[in-house]
Design a protein around this ligand. Structure first.
Ligand SMILES: [Mg+2]
Length: 359
């Protein structure tokens, strides 16, 4: 089995990739508000020549509505740079069905707009004999809409789900996402949908088609959608810790859900990424070294002791992400996730990362 390892980048990522495909919630914004510093990071990356795709699995809003949200946050986004799972779903339906075919909408007017834009006819009842059914998240979703979908699918309609995220992030915690309602229809009909959104390849293909990316970098906060989607498409990815995934999730990530790069937030696209030095069963990154102790990963700081010649060594060891990079390397190699601190500096960094600090 291949161990996917975090990689070094000796130039800033912004200089290595022409287009960043950015997940939105947890990367660009959290709920209504921008992740701190992100508008400035995007402006700096744009000045360096990078282009963007603003990519969302959420099918409830039109690209224009998403673009307005981004512009309200101070981000110079164009509507054409927004890529939604509705667009990918519309393309899948149009590839499969003759132009003008009726498609039952289980979702919002925004979803219906994409279906019409793909040359199909949006309908809202199974009595219109739809050739396809498209199901996406809607806060107005009703039992009646799900019932129409079940009738149409049993009659043989081609069923596309925009995405299968079971939850939707909210300021009140996770709430039911489209995937939960897809399960209702699947259990009722015994059918399974074709899925458009991340991590399915259709979504990445839509992103590349719309941006013309040659060397894309996928940036996301979820291992099971953003990072898995990048792995399946064979493109590099940056995991940011500003959203859902936390340090503990990274250490236990399955092989197909391991990112190429790691950063605290989107600022990670503007910088170089350090490599990991391996020797004698240890992994070292920056000021941190990890070794195995029993069934645990032992973290110690390896910055030289301060001396009159090296007063800077009295500073606390740097970058928490360096510690996490070294931990992830040995965690993935040995399938171990429990952590132990070897010194006071390690206690502090493990606590900040939300990891266990002792036996
Ligand atoms: Mg996200």
């Amino acid at each position: 089995m291949t161990i996917r390892s975090l990689q070094a980048s000796y130039r800033p990522l912004v200089d290595e990739h022409d287009v960043a495909l950015l997940d939105l919630d947890g990367v660009v914004y959290v709920g209504a508000d921008a992740v701190p510093g992100v508008p400035e990071v995007l402006a700096a990356a744009a000045a360096a020549g990078m282009r963007f795709g603003f990519v969302t699995n959420n099918a409830a809003r039109t690209p224009h509505q998403v673009g307005e949200h981004l512009r309200d946050l101070g981000i110079a986004a164009l509507d054409e740079e927004v890529i939604t799972s509705s667009q990918a779903a519309g393309r899948m339906l149009a590839d499969r069905l003759p132009a003008g075919s009726p498609v039952l909408i289980v979702g919002t007017a925004a979803l219906a707009e994409e279906v019409e834009g793909a040359g199909l006819r949006a309908v809202w009842s199974a009595t219109d004999e739809p050739a396809g059914v498209v199901q996406g998240y809607s806060p107005e979703l009703s039992w009646a809409m799900l019932a129409e979908a079940c009738v149409a699918i049993r009659a043989g309609a081609f069923w596309v789900a925009t995405n299968t995220d079971s939850t939707l992030p909210s300021p009140r915690g996770p709430l039911p996402g489209n995937g939960s309602f897809v399960q209702v229809v699947a259990r009722t009909t015994g059918a399974a949908p074709v899925v458009a959104g991340k991590p399915e390849p259709a979504m990445h293909a839509e992103c590349v088609l719309r941006t013309g990316a040659v060397r894309p970098l996928v940036v996301g906060d979820r291992l099971d959608t953003d990072i898995e989607g990048a792995c399946r498409a064979g493109v590099p990815s940056l995991l940011v810790l500003s959203g859902l995934a936390q340090a503990v999730d990274l250490l236990s990530a399955a092989v197909g859900q391991r990112p190429t790069f790691l950063a605290a937030d989107l600022g990670g696209i503007l910088v170089r990424h350090p490599g990991i030095d391996r020797s004698d069963g240890s992994a070292r990154c920056g000021d941190w070294e990890v070794t195995l102790r029993g069934d645990s990963l032992l973290l110690v700081s390896v910055r030289d002791a301060p001396s009159p010649d090296r007063p800077e060594a009295a500073e606390p060891p740097g970058d928490d992400c360096d510690a996490l990079r070294a931990l992830a390397h040995l965690a993935w190699e040995n399938e171990i996730t429990s952590t132990v601190a070897g010194d006071q500096a390690a206690v502090a960094v493990l606590a900040r990362l939300g990891l266990a600090t002792g036996d």
